[in-house]
Design a protein around this ligand. Structure first.
Ligand code: C2E
Ligand code: CA
Ligand code: CA
Length: 612
C-alpha cells in the first residue's frame, strides 16, 4: 500500500502546458503524458465517444496496451461504465471483473485500473484511463486527483470546442456560403485524426471556368459558382463537408460507410446535377465538373497524403479530357514523388543536386554541331530520375519560380562560358535554355537572363530562350514584357514544341521570334503522312521568308532526318544526332568534332537574324 498524504494540488507545469494547448487533441495528448507522472500509473489513454454506443482509444501515454483507434462498446466496458455513470471507477484486480477490455489489459501486464469521466456541463466528453501492473494500486487520493484532472481537462476541451465552432462559423466562403479553404482543410484533418479510414476526398474543378469569366464577366462567373456550390451541397449528408479552395476549385469530404463507396456515387451525382444548364442572360451554359477521388486504403495515410492523391487524381482526370478519376497506384506513386520533390527541392537547389545535361543541335545537311539544349536533371538517390516537367510543375506550384530561374540561367550561362574555354574552336557555340510561361511571367526573368550572361562574360545572344507557344501569353502581360525585353537586349527566342498548340500563326506576328522548333509529333508524322510533309515544307518556307530559323525536334532515324531536310528545315536535334549528356560529355564530343575540323563547322553556326 502506498502512503496516502497531501492535498489535491496539480503540478503547475501540467496546468501551464494544458493551458497552452492549441486544440482538443493537444489537450488530450498532454493529459495522457502527465497522468502517469501525477498519479503513478504506468499506462494511460484517453477515450472519446465514437458514434452513439462506442468509445475509441486516442492519446496514449506509456507503452501501448490497446491500439490507438481501437474501439470499445459503452455497454459492458469499464471505460463505458465510467462514461455513462459519470463516476470515477477503480478496479483493484482486473482478474475479478468481466469488463470487455479486461483480458487485453491483463495480457498487457496490467492488474489494476482507474477510469475517470471528463464531464462538462453535465455532458460526458470521454474518459481518462490509467493502468498499473500492481494489484490494488489506486487509492482514494488517486481517485480525487484523477477526478480533478478530468474536470480540468473537460473544461479545456469545452473551451476548445467552442473556439473551434467559432472558427468554423467565421470560416465560410463569402461568395458561395460553403466552407472557406482553411475551414474545410481543418475539418478534413480532424476527421482524419478521429478515424483515418473513413473520410474520402473529392477534389473538384470546373472545366472552362476561365472562359465563362472572360466571356460573360465576373458577375456571371460568380453566379455559376454559387449555383454549382448549391447543387453540390444538396447531394451531401450532414457529416460530409464542402469547401471552396479558391477560384473554381472545391473540396468535398465524404464520410464513408464502411461497406459502401459513397464517394464515387456522390461524384457521379455531382457531375450530373451540375451539368444542368444555367441561364446567363440570353445564353445558357452547362457547367462541366472534373473530379479526382481519393480514399484512404490504410491507416498509415495522412490527411495531407490523401489531399495530394485527390489533387493528382483530378490532374489525371483533366489530362484525360475531364470527368472523374480515382487515385490509383500510379497516381499514388506520382503523388509520393510530388511530396518528395516539394519537400526536398530547396535542399536540392542549395546543395547543387540539380544538374544540366546538354543535347546537341546540329546542321541537318552537314551534321555540324551548332549548339546544345540545356535539359534539367535531378537524379534522386531514392526515386531515380525526376521527370523535368514534373519538377517544373512543382517549382511553379510551390512558388519557387524565381529561385529556380535564377539558378537555371546562371548555371547554363556558367556552363557555356566554361565549355567555350575548354573547346578551342567553340567561339560560336550557343546553349538553349527552356523558359516556361510562369518563368517568363516572373518579373525578374529578363534581368536574370541578361545578368547571368554578363556575369559569365557572354553576350545575351549566346543563350537562346526556348519558349512554348501558348494561347495564354497575351499582349500586355508580364510574360510578353519579358519576351520583348529579352529580344530588345539581343537575346534570341525560339518557339518550342511548335505544332502542339493552338494559335501558332498568331504568334508569328505578335511576338519577337527568331527560331521555331517543330515538335517531334510533326517530325514523326512526315514518315507516314504526305500532308504533314507538305505542311512542314510550307511552314519552313514561310519561316525562311520571315527570317526565322527552323529546327526539327526529336529526330530519331536517318529517314526522319532525310524527310526534315527535304522539307527545307536546316537544323535538327534528337537521338539520331545525339542524346543529352553531361557537360563534360558534351565538351569531349565538341572537342573531337569542332577542334578536329579546325573550326570548319563554325561556318554553319546557328545564324540567327536580327529582330524585325
Ligand atoms: P523539350 O524542351 O521539348 O525538350 C526535349 C525533350 O525531348 C527532352 O526531354 C529530350 O530528352 C527529349 N528528346 C530528345 N531527343 C529525343 C528523341 O529523338 N526522341 C524522343 N522521343 N525524345 C527526345 P526531357 O529532358 O525529359 O525534357 C522534357 C521537357 O521538360 C522539355 O521538353 C522541357 O519542356 C522541359 N524542361 C527540361 N529542362 C527544363 C528547364 O531547365 N527549364 C524549363 N522551363 N523546362 C525544362
Ligand atoms: Ca525545349
Ligand atoms: Ca521541344
Amino acid at each position: 500500500m502506498r502512503a496516502e498524504s497531501g492535498a489535491i494540488a496539480l503540478p503547475p507545469g501540467f496546468i501551464e502546458e494544458i493551458a497552452r494547448a492549441g486544440d482538443q487533441a493537444e489537450v488530450l495528448r498532454i493529459a495522457a503524458e502527465w497522468l502517469p507522472k501525477i498519479i503513478g500509473g504506468e499506462r494511460s489513454s484517453v477515450s472519446l465517444p465514437h458514434g452513439d454506443d462506442r468509445l475509441s482509444i486516442h492519446a496514449i501515454g506509456g507503452d501501448l496496451v490497446m491500439q490507438p483507434g481501437a474501439d470499445l462498446p459503452i455497454d459492458g466496458s469499464l471505460v463505458g461504465a465510467a462514461f455513462r455513470s459519470q463516476q470515477v471507477l477503480v478496479v483493484g484486480d482486473l482478474d475479478g471483473t468481466d469488463y470487455v477490455e479486461a483480458p487485453v489489459l491483463r495480457s498487457g501486464g496490467l492488474r489494476s485500473a482507474i477510469v475517470a469521466p471528463m464531464v462538462s456541463n453535465g455532458r460526458s466528453l470521454g474518459t481518462l484511463n490509467l493502468g498499473n501492473s500492481q494489484l490494488g494500486w489506486f487509492t482514494a487520493i488517486d481517485e480525487q486527483r484523477i477526478s480533478a484532472i478530468a474536470s480540468l481537462i473537460a473544461s479545456f476541451m469545452n473551451v476548445h470546442e467552442l473556439a473551434e465552432r467559432e472558427r468554423t462559423r467565421a470560416a465560410t466562403d463569402d461568395l458561395t456560403g460553403v466552407m472557406a479553404r482553411q475551414a474545410v482543410l481543418d475539418v478534413v484533418g480532424a476527421a482524419f485524426a478521429s478515424d483515418p479510414k473513413l473520410p474520402s476526398l473529392l477534389f473538384i474543378d470546373m472545366d472552362g471556368f476561365k472562359t465563362v469569366n472572360d466571356t460573360y464577366g465576373h458577375q456571371a462567373g460568380d453566379q455559376v459558382l454559387r449555383l454549382v456550390a448549391r447543387r453540390m451541397e444538396r447531394l451531401l449528408g450532414s457529416s460530409d463537408a464542402l469547401g471552396r479552395l479558391g477560384g473554381d476549385e472545391f473540396l468535398v469530404m465524404i464520410r464513408e460507410d464502411p461497406q459502401g463507396d459513397r464517394a464515387a456515387a456522390v461524384a457521379e451525382a455531382m457531375v450530373e446535377s451540375c451539368a444542368m444548364p444555367i441561364a446567363l442572360g440570353a445564353v445558357r451554359i452547362a457547367p462541366r465538373l472534373s473530379i479526382g477521388i481519393a480514399s484512404a486504403e490504410d491507416a498509415r495515410s495522412t490527411a495531407g497524403q490523401l489531399l495530394l492523391d485527390a489533387d493528382q487524381a483530378l490532374y489525371s482526370a483533366k489530362r484525360g479530357g475531364g470527368g472523374i478519376a480515382r487515385a490509383d497506384a500510379q497516381i499514388r506513386s506520382r503523388a509520393a514523388l510530388v511530396a518528395v520533390i516539394d519537400r526536398e527541392i530547396d535542399a536540392a537547389l542549395e546543395r547543387g543536386l540539380l544538374d544540366y545535361h546538354y543535347q546537341p543541335i546540329r546542321c541537318l545537311a552537314t551534321g555540324d554541331l551548332l549548339g546544345a539544349e540545356a535539359l534539367v536533371r535531378w537524379n534522386h538517390p531514392e526515386y531515380g530520375a525526376v521527370p523535368p516537367q514534373l519538377l517544373l510543375e512543382r517549382v511553379e506550384a510551390t512558388g519557387r519560380v524565381d529561385r529556380f530561374t535564377e539558378w537555371s540561367l546562371n548555371r547554363v550561362a556558367g556552363d557555356l562560358a566554361y565549355a567555350r574555354t575548354m573547346i578551342a574552336s567553340a567561339g560560336a557555340l550557343t546553349f538553349s535554355v527552356n523558359l516556361s510561361r510562369p518563368q517568363l511571367a516572373w518579373t525578374g526573368c529578363a534581368t536574370s537572363f541578361i545578368g547571368s550572361c554578363n556575369a559569365h562574360g557572354l553576350e545575351t545572344r549566346d543563350l537562346i530562350a526556348e519558349v512554348v507557344e501558348s494561347s495564354e501569353i497575351q499582349t500586355g502581360d508580364a510574360a510578353e514584357a519579358t519576351l520583348r525585353t529579352l529580344a530588345g537586349s539581343g537575346a534570341a527566342i525560339a518557339l518550342d514544341d511548335f505544332g502542339t498548340g493552338h494559335n501558332a500563326l498568331g504568334y508569328f506576328t505578335r511576338f519577337p521570334i527568331h527560331a521555331i522548333k517543330f515538335d517531334r509529333s510533326l517530325v514523326r508524322a512526315m514518315a507516314t503522312d504526305d500532308k504533314a510533309r507538305r505542311i512542314l515544307t510550307a511552314l519552313a518556307s514561310m519561316s525562311r521568308d520571315l527570317g526565322i530559323v527552323t529546327l526539327a525536334e526529336g529526330v530519331e532515324t536517318q529517314r526522319e532526318r532525310d524527310l526534315s531536310a527535304a522539307a527545307g528545315i536546316p537544323h535538327g536535334q534528337g537521338w539520331h544526332f545525339g542524346h543529352p549528356s553531361s557537360l563534360a560529355g558534351l565538351i569531349t564530343l565538341a572537342r573531337r568534332e569542332l577542334d578536329a575540323s579546325s573550326g570548319a563547322g563554325i561556318a554553319a553556326r546557328l545564324a540567327l537574324p536580327t529582330l524585325r
